[in-house]
Design a protein around this ligand. Structure first.
Ligand SMILES: [Zn+2]
Length: 324
């Protein structure tokens, strides 16, 4: 049954002619597992806030079309603000699960996170699209894609995605050094060595992105690639993203911020839960790398041109797990 669903999904995607073009917009397979629905996420964030003894503070920044308040958790006392958002697309739960793990770790206040807490204030806007998450769908309750609506001014009332506007306003108020936008990519991309791609990341390439913002974004990409590539399960490529200035990756780069897109590979079949655990761990490692590299300054010593050496995402796509 699951296999049939998966194959049907691939057939549908192929029928739309989007395989291999890098602009896949079809929903991932229906088996997508999630740790947190909206209420579950709020409950978990409240637990983390309580047990952190004051170091994690939970706030809400705007609300979805259906009136669900969008949570922003902040932790740390540092002067430098950084911003992480998850689940603009409501069927991409991996980033939310990973960010909650990072938040829990930071909220514990252990010695291993002391440097981050002293140097940074980390803001996490989690499940930006809660109405979509409740439906396990990409778009918001009106069928609007939040991640195509980041080209509005702060305070705008014209944005067809109040979720995207909430993020625009939160970023404007917080004024972070960088923004990391967590997603899940559809399908299982296979490289020339027959290995599955586990994540694809990218930097802003819209016309007009200031050079220093693009350089910082490339440094962030290389830091993640270089760190995570040492793990056996990690196989990172560039994400073949475009120049649309309304996409968060480009929009926040245009604001002269570091800006990265993180796309973990989606779950495919009945091995989904195990795969999801690996992807959550991978995203956790990537985000942690960004935080630590910002704190110790190693991020800023990287040659931005290194990022160009990250392999491009292969076009070959198959559900290898179904056939082996
Ligand atoms: Zn997405």
């Amino acid at each position: 049954m699951k296999r049939r669903d998966t194959l049907k999904w691939i057939g549908g995607a192929a029928g739309l002619g989007i395989i291999g073009t890098g602009t896949a917009t079809a929903d991932p397979p229906a088996e997508q597992q999630r740790r947190y629905d909206y209420e579950g996420l709020l409950g978990e964030l409240e637990r983390i806030e309580r047990s952190s003894q004051g170091s994690v503070s939970l706030a809400f920044a705007g609300e979805s079309l259906e009136g669900r308040e969008i949570p922003v958790a902040s932790v740390g006392n540092g002067e430098t603000d950084v911003f992480i958002d998850t689940e603009q697309h409501g069927n991409e739960p991996t980033g939310t699960s990973a960010a909650v793990e990072v938040l829990r770790s930071l909220g514990s206040g252990g010695n291993n996170v002391r440097g981050v807490l002293d140097s940074l204030t980390v803001h996490m806007m989690l499940m930006v699209n809660p109405d979509g998450a409740e439906r396990n769908q990409r778009v918001n309750a009106d069928g609007v894609d939040p991640n195509r609506n980041h080209d509005y001014q702060p305070g705008s009332e014209d944005n067809p995605s109040p979720e995207a506007q909430a993020m625009i306003d939160a970023v404007d108020e917080i004024d972070p050094l960088w923004v990391a936008d967590l997603h899940t990519q559809t399908g299982d991309y296979i490289d020339d060595d027959d290995n599955s791609v586990t994540a694809s990341n990218y930097w802003p390439i819209a016309s007009g992105v200031p050079e220093d913002a693009q350089d910082l974004s490339k440094q962030m990409n290389w830091a993640m690639y270089d760190e995570v590539s040492q793990y056996g399960y990690a196989n990172i490529t560039q994400y073949p993203g475009g120049t649309n200035p309304a996409i968060a990756r480009n929009a926040y780069g245009l604001q002269d911020r570091g800006s990265v897109l993180l796309e973990a590979t989606g779950q495919a079949d009945d091995r989904g839960p195990r795969m999801e655990g690996m992807m959550i761990r991978l995203m956790n490692e990537e985000v942690t790398t960004l935080l630590e590299g910002t704190v110790d300054g190693s991020l800023f010593d990287i040659d931005p041109n290194n990022a160009e050496e990250i392999p491009e995402r292969p076009s070959r796509q198959s559900w290898r797990w179904d056939t082996e």
